[in-house]
Ligand binder design. Structure first.
Ligand code: A2P
Length: 285
């Protein structure tokens, strides 16, 4: 597995392990320890997942050297803004029990429907990330769920360009315009929900390609994402599927297979989108 180089020179593993929805208890900890034991070195987390103490404890119990790991967190939506982001970062570090993070992302852009000043809110939050980065408290900074308009507005104000944009990305949710902008700005796309929360698993084209390589549909989807330059972060609490999701570096999809997958009908987002996130969280939608 080759590492991916970000626009500031930092390298990150080509695939990560997602901790969204993992319970904040022994069961969740065993899942993270299994993933680390299997070779996952990029662990994707967030304050909003409510399990950072557990993730930190799993990392310690794994006894893997800190510098071998790429540990990620994200600023939760209620903490957007300059001062509150700095406080949120301190809390995340303390919950994880770490003295630095590898990647820190803005979890969601401010929702236009709720924040008329969404551009300012995003820029203020970004300035806090720039400060944390300049102070060496985080090795790379980025955004998540930033669509083209959010990226363009942020890039107009930013002193440091984001290194990552983590978006919902899989063969049924390809977001080509957003991916193209990221590529043009040398922003690496990380793919959340890389298996479409299971919705791509019955797709007949993917099934046909999977048979050709003696792989699973999940492995074909993850391979397509990697060949499109994205870093997928599949989540699984099942050790066999965790292993299966990493076993995608011994084959390549052809140009033809890649473009056939590009042409798949799109099934849209999982229900969470930058267009409704704050209203959703406030219980308004
Ligand atoms: P499980 O935890 O039982 O493995 P996504 O990452 O797109 O959000 O999808 C996560 C969902 O897909 C989880 O419900 C997870 O269930 C399931 N999943 C993860 N890996 C695989 C796989 N290789 N094959 C089938 N389902 C998978």
């Amino acid at each position: 597995m080759e590492d991916i180089r970000l626009n500031n020179g930092l390298t990150v593993p080509a695939i990560g392990y997602g901790t969204y929805n993992l319970p904040d208890n022994e069961e969740g900890m065993n899942a993270v320890i299994s993933a680390l034991g299997m070779g996952y070195r990029l662990i994707d987390g967030a304050a909003a997942y409510g399990n950072e103490r557990m993730v930190g404890e799993a990392v310690r119990r794994s006894r893997i050297r800190r510098e071998e790991l790429t540990l990620t967190s994200k600023v939760a939506n209620p903490d957007r803004g300059y001062d509150s982001t700095l406080h949120a970062f301190d809390k995340t570090l303390s919950d994880l029990g770490l003295d630095y993070l590898d990647l820190y992302l803005i979890h969601w852009p401010a929702d236009k429907a709720v924040y008329p000043d969404w551009e300012i809110v995003n820029s203020d939050t970004w300035r806090a990330l720039e400060r944390l980065y300049s102070e060496g408290r985080v090795k790379g900074i980025g955004v998540s769920n930033f669509m083209p308009e959010h990226l363009r507005a942020l890039l107009r104000e930013a002193e440091i360009k984001p290194m990552i944009n983590q978006i919902e990305f899989n063969p049924g949710m390809q977001q080509p315009e957003c991916v193209a902008i990221c590529r043009g700005k040398e922003i690496v796309v990380e793919a959340w929900s890389p298996l479409g929360r299971g919705r791509i698993l019955g797709n007949t084209l993917l099934e046909e390609i999977a048979r050709r390589y003696d792989k699973s549909v999940a492995q074909i989807a993850l391979r397509w994402e990697i060949q499109r330059g994205a870093v997928p972060i599949p989540k699984s609490s099942n050790p066999e599927r965790m292993k299966e999701n990493m076993d995608i570096f011994d084959f390549s999809l052809s140009e033809r297979e890649m473009s056939d997958i590009d042409g798949l009908a799109q099934f849209g987002n999982s229900g969470l989108s930058p267009e409704n996130i704050d209203a959703h969280i406030a219980g308004k939608s």
